[in-house]
Write a protein that binds this ligand. Structure first.
Ligand SMILES: [Zn+2]
Length: 693
């Protein structure tokens, strides 16, 4: 097959389906080839923009000539609706797992057995990394990907074809790069995995979005692939290595080494780079040692190595022992774990106020690294694993992750062990801490807690908070470090000479910052509420609370019931708000801020249209949330008009219980009547959309 690197195709000049079909074929071949260069070989031959242009040309032609669109087109990687469930697939040949060993002696007997059975003095092996991912099987017929499945129980796996198609490394159509004939049928196996970097980034994003985290890259890969909606798989950084052929017709492959190279020439990604020819056990052990030393420097996780007899024709002769093939073996790395004594549990306060228990261990070497501290996550985990101070515990280390205490070793207790309880006061500032009901999170609510001050101040001054333009991360850091700012309100006591004593401040920059701080004293209430950093209260919720409670005093004294009567406030928010204001330090700080001159202005007239501009409201009956005057003021604040009598110019009549003649009049005039709740919802909706504009 000759491949054009850059087919000279001009979609505009193509007017009939025959020419289009030819052009489409040329574009697809070129794109498939460049996918292979880019994703499989990591060696692109053209610029990204040129590739994108080809893709655009192809999409244009497929759009104009829809009959040419086929499922194996490079444009069709992400497609199809979410499914109700992953279907089941029976593997053409059972997908067995390799025998796993941890001891050198087992490798020696594996080699002895191979030599004896094959009647040779020395066997040639191919050694490969053992990837820590999800085993999959791909089936190609006439060079086209027709099925992809997970290992499942070895006999039956799950159909993940639409998900696998989203991996750019998986060719939808096999290539014939070095003139190697594409087989009529190919059942190829390998491992889907996530690189460590991609895994960390995914977890970082999930953490920001408040979603649960994946425990390790393998779980992340499995969870990402086994999705009912393939577009989720497409959004995850998944990769694949292929390493085994279960069935093939139309092509003979004699050795494992040839197999790896042949797969690659069909456009399938292999890991030849880290694979090695080995003769005899000393070379096998050398490879194991080399990969062990390398594992922390690889982009992906491996948990051992695999040895395969290179000559594939002898695989049949060696056959199987019960369920394991006798021509291959997995030699795993020793788990990175050790036992030691848990001397104490210390509590750290993170920058966001979260209290984390940390194990203080008798120093022990785990996987070549001395460990004396390990994470214990939270009270719930400690309870679940029944970890006590004084226990002999099992410590594990995976990759570069912080070591973790797995649990106590049974039967080692002598009665002197102590049960751990999270402190009721913050170890840094002494504030009463707040523990969630499930005991999974404990936080120090004090906004001035020194452990958290820096992060909280950055948030306080941010654009969504008090909007103090000149006060970014670096300057906050500098002020806190110099001890010039020890609380929120001390920000408002800064003097010019304080700033001038710091590096990187001149006359002008000091004046500018001070005037920006001064300027932030008059802000709408919602900005202040957002700036406080109350858990679960972000920009939008701050607006909802500000619109409903109007003053900081009312909000500070609001009961749970009052808070929850606001339509968008759930139990989580109301609890967080109450716990925040109940903290005596926070209470004092807010008073200090008000004494420092903070005034919360009513919703300022923003540029452009006001939320209630052109609308006239009439109130009747009893209101629960506001007095009549407050409600009318609200309407005015939002640019509307509050009238006392209903006329045909009235936009809305807000009717509470015991509404009288005004309600009747509204009905005769056909004026829209709404409840107090509907009015509140209207305010929330309009205020937030107005503020966001
Ligand atoms: Zn604290």
């Amino acid at each position: 097959m000759s491949i054009e690197i850059k087919p000279d195709v001009s979609p505009k000049s193509i007017s009939n389906v025959k020419d289009a079909a030819q052009a489409v074929e040329r574009l697809r071949n070129a794109i498939r080839f460049h996918n292979y260069r880019y994703y499989v070989l990591d060696s692109p031959m053209i610029a990204d923009a040129e590739y994108d242009a080809m893709m655009q040309d192809l999409i244009e032609l497929e759009t104009r000539f829809p009959t040419l669109l086929t499922p194996d087109s490079p444009t069709q990687r992400v497609g199809g609706a979410a499914r109700a469930e992953l279907g089941l697939v029976t593997h053409p040949i059972p997908m067995l797992s390799l025998k796993t060993v941890y001891e050198k002696s087992d490798v020696i007997s594996f080699d002895e057995n191979c030599r004896r059975e094959l009647g040779v003095g020395s066997v040639e092996y191919v050694a490969e990394p053992k990837f820590d991912g999800l085993a999959v099987e791909l089936v190609y017929e006439n060079g086209r990907l027709v099925m992809a499945s997970t290992r499942g129980d070895g006999q039956t796996g799950e159909d993940i074809t639409p998900n696998i198609k989203t991996l750019n490394e998986v060719p939808l159509v096999l290539l014939s790069v070095d003139g190697v004939v594409v087989p009529l049928r190919l059942v190829v196996r390998g491992e889907v995995f996530m690189r460590i970097e991609g895994f960390m980034e995914l977890n970082r994003r999930r953490s920001e979005a408040g979603e649960s985290l994946f425990a390790n890259p393998r779980n992340a890969a499995a969870g990402s692939l086994r999705q009912l909606d393939p577009s989720i798989s497409a959004s995850r950084p998944l990769h694949i290595f292929l390493y085994e052929i279960a069935d093939i017709s139309g092509k003979e492959i004699e050795t494992q080494w040839e197999l790896l190279h042949t797969l690659q020439s069909w456009g399938l990604k292999t890991n030849i780079e880290e694979s090695r020819f080995c003769h005899g056990t000393s070379e096998l052990f050398r490879y194991h040692q080399d990969m062990y030393e390398k594992r922390d420097h690889l982009q992906y996780e491996i948990d051992g190595v695999v040895y395969k007899v290179n000559d594939r024709t002898s695989h049949e002769r060696l056959g199987f022992r019960s369920r394991d093939p006798r021509w291959a073996i997995a030699y795993k790395f020793r788990p990175r774990e050790a036992t030691t004594r848990l001397l104490d549990i210390k509590v750290q306060v993170g920058r966001t106020g979260k209290l984390t228990p940390v194990a203080v261990l008798e120093p022990v070497v785990v996987g070549g690294v001395e460990v004396s501290r390990a994470s214990l996550h939270n009270q719930s985990e400690i309870d679940r694993r029944d970890i006590r101070i004084g226990d002999t515990v099992l410590v594990k280390r995976a990759g570069d992750v912080i070591p973790q205490v797995e649990g106590p070793i049974g039967d080692q207790r002598d009665g002197s062990e102590r049960i751990f309880h999270m402190p009721s006061e913050c170890p840094v500032c002494g504030s009463d801490v707040v523990m969630s009901e499930d005991k999974k999170t404990t936080v120090c609510p004090n906004m001035n807690c020194p452990a958290q001050l820096r992060e909280r101040l950055i948030h306080f001054a941010s654009k969504q908070g008090m909007d103090i333009e000149g006060l970014g991360d670096k300057r906050v850091e500098q002020l806190v470090r110099a001890g010039l700012v020890t609380s929120f309100h001390s920000l408002y006591r800064l003097k010019k000479e304080d700033l001038m004593s710091l590096e990187r401040y001149g006359d002008l920059s000091a004046d500018t910052l001070l005037s920006q701080i001064e300027g932030s004293k008059k802000q709408p209430l919602w900005r202040f509420l957002n700036a406080l950093g109350i858990p679960h209260v972000g920009e939008h919720m701050a607006q909802v609370l500000a619109n409903n409670f109007r003053t900081i005093e009312k909000l500070m004294h609001a009961s749970e019931q009052q808070l929850q009567s606001v339509s968008q406030v759930g139990p989580e928010v109301s609890r967080a708000v109450i716990e925040f204001f109940v903290d005596k330090y926070n209470h004092a700080e807010i008073e200090a801020l008000i004494n420092a001159g903070l005034r919360f202005v009513e919703i300022v007239k923003e540029e452009g249209k006001q939320p209630f501009e052109g609308l006239t409201f009439v109130f009747t009956g009893t209101l629960e949330r506001w007095t009549r005057e407050e409600a009318e003021q609200l309407v005015v604040d939002m640019g509307g008009h509050a009238a006392s009598a209903v006329s045909k110019n009235t936009s809305y009549v807000v009717a509470g219980p015991n509404a009288g003649s005004k309600l009747a009049k509204a009905k005769t005039l056909g004026v829209t009547v709404i409840s107090e709740d509907e009015f509140a919802a209207m305010i929330e909706k309009r205020a937030s959309s107005g503020a966001a504009a």
